[in-house]
Structures are given as structure tokens and as C-alpha cells.
Write a protein that binds this ligand. Structure first.
Ligand code: PGA
Ligand code: ZN
Length: 418
């Protein structure tokens, strides 16, 4: 007897990501169908995350898939995700996917899950989580870009984000985010004489204005849109502080505004921003080994999500360390930081059971894959971070609109913790 989810063939190829960089895409063929996944790529990657590709880049990764992984996968059951992901670890045999690359492992792990879902004729979120997964995440959208995402030529903070906390459906939430994105464009045109409507890596507006000006504009845009739609929206930022950290001087260097901040000054600066702009969400406010400052800020900041991205790199052991000292109350889940779906799920589960909010996230270099939309629903993540516009960002949002429709009258927005 031959099951529809038994793997018959595996193919990997080199494709381009949204920045035009080379990426890996994997096809998995089963008796009853096929699955496909491409890996995303970060520009501000965490020091501790899985190495994306082996020495030799995508070409070397393709050779590993063909010679080492594919022969082992043939005959395995694509529905047994745990066995597949364990095999990837066995074949790699390094702590951080140095042999295969985290991106290679991710594309295989996800293509297998996609193949299983397609062979069974059910959506991916349902294959992973069953029919009781009914909650839609709130979309956290990148509205203005800075830091490395616009090559260090604009505001020092990497991302200025919007979260439509008052939306009652996913469709309403994305509509509100688009309105904020458009309103910010109008306001930038009024304030920034150099603004020509350009965008950065995640289709967030690119401006050379300093952080406070951007925050004032975003704050006003959120108020305007909240007033016209009746939907409350709040602001978030991704500081990506490891990119500001100067280890020899022991300070955060804000080059655009010409300011250097010590650890204590950084804590105070972030607390002031939370207070002044009623921030709902702050990601990576400190460099990625400073658990103590994360813990201090988490204790002091009331009613704000303090999220670790480069801090945790979707790694269960790093999250355990954070839980021990009370560092952060939210965690970015980027499965390619850790390599496999099972690892990403284990980390999300640990977060949920300790009161941390998992935020499933895109990367700055993306494909038009929609899988992370399914992962957000399957992982019970109250928030998904995907950008607001641009084909590769909207692909995820549109998939969530479809998932909302598939779930039907049982669909509801996730419960936000604050
Ligand atoms: P990335 O980072 O450029 O590594 O994808 C985005 C982020 O810091 O959230
Ligand atoms: Zn980040």
C-alpha cells in the first residue's frame, strides 16, 4: 500500500529573492502531490542564528541537497515532520546548521510540510495544527524604514511599525495598515523636501528624517486613521540595536542623529519613547547579548511588548535564558533562524507557555511564498510581522485573508496580551 504522503523525489534550485540575491528553493514530490518552499534572507541577522548557507553559498547548498539529503528523504513520510527535521539535524551534525545551512534546512523542512498538506488536500495551517486553529494574527506592518534596510542613510532605528490593535477582522486590519502607510506618505511629502516616494527593503518608506520626526509623523498618521476608521492603531519600533552597538566604546552610536548612548541612557531613551508615543511594541532595544538590560526594561516598561529578535534568534535555549531572567515578553519567530519547523514550533510553544507573545515574522529579503501566514495561525501567534505593501509582503497578507475566509464564521482575531 502506498500512502499519498510518501516522498518520491526532491529537487532544489537557485532562485532570486526580493532583493535580487540568490536563494534556495526546494520541491518535494510525494505519491499524492508536491510542495515547494523558498528561503528568505535577513540583512540584519543575529550573531547566534543558524548560518544561512554553507561555505560556497547557494551552489554548495544545492550540492548538499542533491548528494546528502535527497537520497535519505526518498521513501520517508512527509506527514512525519518530526522525523524529517530530526534527519536534517543528523545529516548536518553541527549545532547551527553549518554544513547544510539554516536556509537549506528551512526550505526542505517547509517544502516537506507543504507537500504533506497538498497530498492530504488540506491547507498547511490545518495540517500543522488541526481544525481547532481558528485565530488570525494582527498584522504588524513596517511603515518607515531605517538602519541597514536603507543602507544607513536614514533614521537610526531600523523599522517604524503600525499595529491595528482595534481591528475586528484580518481584512479590516490590513486595510487600516494600508491607510496608515498612505497617510505617512502624504505627511512625509509635506515635511521632507527630499522625499520622492522611495521605499526600502520591506517596502517601507525611505526618508532621511531623524527618528523623532518619523515618530511624530507616524503618531499623527495613526491618530488620523483611527479617527476616520474608528479602529485603534498603535506604533512599534524595531531598534535592531546590535547594528548600533559599538563594542569598543560600549555605547549605542546613533550616527544619523550624532548621539552616543550608554546602556543606562539607552534604557531611559527607550522608556521615554514608549511614554511619548504610547508605543505598543519595541523590538531589540539592546545588543543581542545584553539579557540584563532587556530584563530591566521589561520590568520598567508598562503595557508595552518588549520583543527579542536578534536576542533569541528563534532558539529555544536562548529563550530559556531569557525566561530565567525575565528578559522581554515577546519573541520574533523566524524559522530560518533556527532551520526547521519543529524547532521553530518548540520555541513558539515555550514562549506561549511562559506568557511570551510569539511574533511570526518575514525577513527583509523575501520570496512570494505564503507559508508564514499558515505558520502564524498554526503556531497561535497573536501577531505576524510582514510589511504593508509590495508583492512579497502582500502575498502573506492575502493568504491570511483567504485563511480567514476558509475558517469562516468560527474565525476570530487572536487575543493580544496587553
Ligand atoms: P532581517 O531583519 O533584515 O534580518 O530580516 C529584520 C528584522 O530585524 O526584523
Ligand atoms: Zn528585528
Amino acid at each position: 500500500m502506498s500512502y499519498p504522503t510518501i516522498i518520491e523525489d526532491v529537487k532544489a534550485r537557485c532562485v532570486l529573492d526580493s532583493r535580487g540575491d540568490e536563494s534556495i528553493e526546494v520541491d518535494v514530490y510525494t505519491v499524492g502531490g508536491m510542495g515547494r518552499a523558498a528561503a528568505p534572507m535577513g540583512a540584519s541577522r543575529g550573531e547566534a542564528e543558524a548560518r544561512p548557507y554553507p561555505e560556497g553559498g547557494v551552489a554548495a547548498a544545492l550540492e548538499e541537497v542533491e548528494k546528502v539529503v535527497a537520497p535519505e528523504l526518498l521513501g520517508m513520510d512527509a506527514a512525519d515532520q518530526k522525523a524529517i527535521d530530526e534527519l536534517l539535524h543528523e545529516l548536518d551534525d553541527t549545532p547551527n546548521f553549518e554544513r547544510l545551512g539554516g536556509n537549506t534546512a528551512y526550505a526542505i523542512s517547509l517544502a516537506v510540510a507543504d507537500a504533506a498538506a497538498n497530498s492530504l488536500g488540506i491547507p498547511l495551517y490545518q495540517h500543522l495544527a488541526g481544525i481547532l486553529a481558528r485565530e488570525l494574527p494582527y498584522p504588524l506592518g513596517n511603515v518607515v524604514g531605517g538602519g541597514r534596510h536603507i543602507h544607513g542613510m536614514g533614521p537610526d532605528l531600523q523599522e517604524f511599525l503600525v499595529l491595528p490593535v482595534g481591528a475586528s477582522t484580518f481584512l479590516e486590519a490590513v486595510r487600516v495598515n494600508v491607510q496608515v502607510h498612505r497617510r505617512v506618505c502624504q505627511l512625509l511629502k509635506e515635511v521632507d523636501p527630499h522625499f520622492a516616494g522611495g521605499t526600502g527593503d520591506e517596502n517601507a518608506w525611505a526618508t532621511r528624517l531623524p527618528c523623532e520626526d518619523v515618530l511624530n509623523i507616524l503618531f499623527k498618521a495613526c491618530q488620523d486613521v483611527s479617527d476616520t476608521t474608528g479602529v485603534e492603531c498603535r506604533i512599534g519600533v524595531d531598534v535592531a540595536a546590535s547594528t548600533l552597538w559599538n563594542p569598543s566604546e560600549g555605547v549605542y552610536h546613533y550616527k544619523r542623529s550624532g548621539v552616543k548612548r550608554t546602556r543606562e541612557e539607552q534604557i531611559q531613551y527607550i522608556l521615554d519613547l514608549i511614554d511619548r508615543y504610547n508605543l505598543y511594541y519595541v523590538e531589540d532595544p539592546f545588543m543581542d547579548e545584553d539579557y540584563e538590560s532587556f530584563a530591566e526594561l521589561t520590568r520598567k516598561a508598562k503595557n508595552c511588548l518588549i520583543c527579542g529578535d536578534d536576542l533569541f534568534v528563534t532558539n529555544r535555549r536562548r529563550l530559556e535564558q531569557g525566561i530565567r531572567v525575565g528578559a522581554a515578553n515577546a519573541i520574533i519567530i523566524k524559522p530560518n533562524q533556527i532551520g526547521t519547523l519543529t524547532d521553530a514550533w518548540e520555541t513558539s510553544k515555550l514562549a506561549l507557555s511562559n506568557g511570551y507573545v510569539p511574533v511570526v515574522s518575514h525577513r527583509s529579503g523575501e520570496s512570494v511564498d505564503t507559508h508564514i501566514a499558515h505558520l502564524a495561525v498554526a503556531f497561535h501567534a497573536p501577531i505576524i510581522k510582514t510589511g504593508v505593501i509590495g508583492g512579497e509582503r502582500v502575498a502573506k497578507l492575502n493568504e491570511l485573508i483567504r485563511i480567514e475566509e476558509m475558517i469562516g464564521s468560527e474565525a476570530r482575531m487572536a487575543r493580544l496580551r496587553l
